[in-house]
Ligand binder design. Structure first.
Ligand SMILES: Cc1cc2nc3c(=O)[nH]c(=O)nc-3n(C[C@H](O)[C@H](O)[C@H](O)COP(=O)(O)OP(=O)(O)OC[C@H]3O[C@@H](n4cnc5c(N)ncnc54)[C@H](O)[C@@H]3O)c2cc1C
Length: 545
């Protein structure tokens, strides 16, 4: 074992290992890239995180850079949870719910907590955390915060950033900060500190003040966005200042989260669900817009396309039995209302069906739990595509998260279908109709040179298409390594320079998850492409807590 490993083993209470099998295990995540860490640490507490960062900072001051990648359960689809240095793995020990206040609905958690476990606990108190990702049963709350994750309920409730109230964060030099919205006076106090924290506040404030016009232009015309740094949300017009929204979605590149205080909201499982069957994309776009604009927005508007249904019909026909008849519609959109007032809920559902009737769209409406569950199973069956393989042909997450302005939805779908057709691929899609955010994973064989080249062509064409439509490269999964090379194209040179300055302010030695989000080119990521793709073993390999 190296001197670094020995030193850390002696000073940390969590486990430290440089075993080859462990390093190999953490060399991949849910994405298509591979990078082997030199060391794996399972921090037992915040003190372990502080000691590690202080140590690597001191080494960096002497010219030796050992980066740190934070990791939850490694389901990241863009290669953000891999790194060449220290892998800091949270779910083993730092996985508790620390506090829950049923009155205010605020919950304080450690980052390694399984999201699904938190959600289940909240349900028993009649609450929930709405922006849950579809991966919540096998991913952590820390990963969701770091990615600004979102999901099927984001249409009505918002993304993770909207729910995180405050964070405890270990900075690159080992100092701990507690973020929350500060008044102008409190900000001045912070800026007066002689510590690294003070320096971060001072630098960030001058970056914001010096680049007001550029930062004002950051807002894209999309309903949710996980690309780049949320610098525009830090300082409000009244002078208040909060690093929390910036940390959310920063993918471990600005600091390491050790605690999060999160707002939860009342949960109403008694919903009304409509399944609408569309044969015409133009009508679908129009109906989706009109229903989204009702006085109470639906809690979800989720879609699957015809190709997904055909895929299921071929590989798992029982799943569709009695639910969907042939010939399949071009799109099925599930429209859910969850208003706590049952009369309002039913009224909204009725209004939605009126819109569908007017446009001649077939639909089915359900309020019975068992029937609703069956309809939801159509949408959730997308998991069958992701886990399917034919030999070495795997469904790859390379273009899985683009979002466009809502009025460009039809153009987006047509453009994507054309692109795949050109490459001789038949690709199913699913996702968030209400947000114009769709997911798709083309089947390719990464052991074949031709398919490896094709993957990068598709990546390039797809992100250019999304950007040309005024969209964002990531609605929910964030940039990672995969989308980092397209950030400059997405936001333009000036905004990108601001992002670089933000990174530099927090992490002058490039110790925190380098190669993710910022200063990455396509040439940087090409050599990291895996020669096989699988997600078979994600989430295991943890010491017992
Ligand atoms: C089948 C499938 C479905 C998915 N569905 C969705 C979806 O619906 N919506 C969605 O948003 N995403 C989705 N994802 C992507 C991913 O699962 C989520 O973003 C999830 O929240 C990541 O959690 P994780 O624990 O796996 O994080 P990881 O993959 O371990 O890490 C994700 C990022 O967070 C950083 N990080 C982790 N812990 C910390 C910490 N303590 N401090 C600082 N940074 C940290 C990592 O460095 C990395 O950059 C899906 C993935 C898969 C495989």
């Amino acid at each position: 074992m190296s001197k670094v490993a020995h030193y850390l083993q002696e000073h940390l209470s969590g486990e430290v290992t440089a075993a080859k099998s462990m390093r190999k295990y953490f060399s991949t995540d849910g994405g298509v890239f591979e990078l082997t860490p030199s060391l794996v640490i399972y921090p037992r507490n915040e003190s372990d995180v502080r000691k590690t960062t202080r140590f690597t900072w001191q080494l960096a001051e002497r010219g030796r850079v050992i980066p740190i990648t934070s990791r939850g359960l490694g389901t990241d689809q863009a290669g953000a949870a891999i790194g060449s240095g220290i892998m800091m793995v949270f779910p083993a020990h730092m996985n508790r719910i620390l506090e829950f206040d049923g009155g205010s609905g605020k919950v304080t958690v450690e980052p390694g907590l399984l999201y699904g476990k938190l959600q289940q606990t909240l349900h028993t108190h009649g609450k929930f955390l709405p922006p849950y990702p579809s991966s919540m049963e096998f991913s952590t709350i820390g990963g969701a915060v770091a990615n600004n994750a979102s999901g099927e309920k984001t249409l009505k409730y918002g993304c993770t950033r909207d729910f995180v109230k405050s964070l405890r964060v270990v900075l690159a030099n080992g100092e701990v900060i507690q973020t929350r919205r500060l008044s102008k006076r409190e900000l001045n106090k912070k800026m007066g500190l002689t510590s690294f924290e003070g320096e971060v506040y001072r630098t960030l404030d001058s970056i914001i003040e010096d680049n007001k016009d550029v930062i004002d232009k950051i807002k894209l015309n999309v309903s949710k966005n996980s690309a780049g740094y949320a610098i525009a949300d830090v300082k409000h017009k009244n002078g208040s200042f909060d690093l929390t929204p910036l940390m959310v979605g920063s993918q471990g590149t600005l600091g390491i989260i050790t605690e999060a205080e999160i707002q939860t909201v009342p949960h109403n499982p008694k919903t009304s669900l409509i399944a609408a069957f569309f044969d015409d994309l133009q009508i679908a776009e129009k109906a989706i817009a009109q229903i989204r604009d009702l006085s109470q927005i639906p809690s979800a508007m989720e879609l699957v396309d015809e190709k997904l249904l055909k895929f299921l019909d071929k590989h798992n026909p029982n799943q569709l039995k009695g639910l969907v008849s042939k010939p399949f519609s071009k799109l099925i959109v599930l429209i859910e209302f969850d208003d706590s007032n049952q009369r309002t809920q039913k009224r909204m559902a009725k209004k939605a069906t009126k819109i569908l009737n007017k446009m001649g769209v077939k639909y089915q409406i359900e309020t019975e739990d068992s029937e609703k569950e069956k309809l939801w199973s159509i949408r959730h069956s997308a998991a069958a595509v992701i886990s399917h393989s034919e030999g070495n042909m795997k469904a790859l997450p390379i273009v899985e998260d683009g979002i466009v302005p809502e009025d460009k939805f039809q153009q987006y779908i047509v453009g994507v279908n054309k692109m795949f057709e050109k490459h001789g691929l038949d690709v199913a899609f699913w996702g968030h109709a209400g947000n114009a955010n769709i997911h798709m994973q083309p089947f390719l064989d990464l052991s074949q040179v031709g398919d490896r080249q094709k993957a990068f062509k598709i990546i390039d064409e797809y992100y250019s298409l999304v950007i040309s439509l005024g969209g964002s490269t990531s609605g929910e999964h964030s940039d990672g390594r995969l989308r980092a090379p397209y950030l400059k194209q997405l936001y333009g040179e000036q905004v990108y320079t601001v992002f670089q300055k933000v990174k530099q302010a927090f992490d002058p030695y490039d110790l925190l998850n380098p190669g993710v989000k910022i200063d990455v080119t396509v040439d940087d990521i090409k050599p990291l492409l895996r020669h096989e793709y699988s997600m078979d073993h994600l989430g295991h390999h943890l010491p017992r807590s």
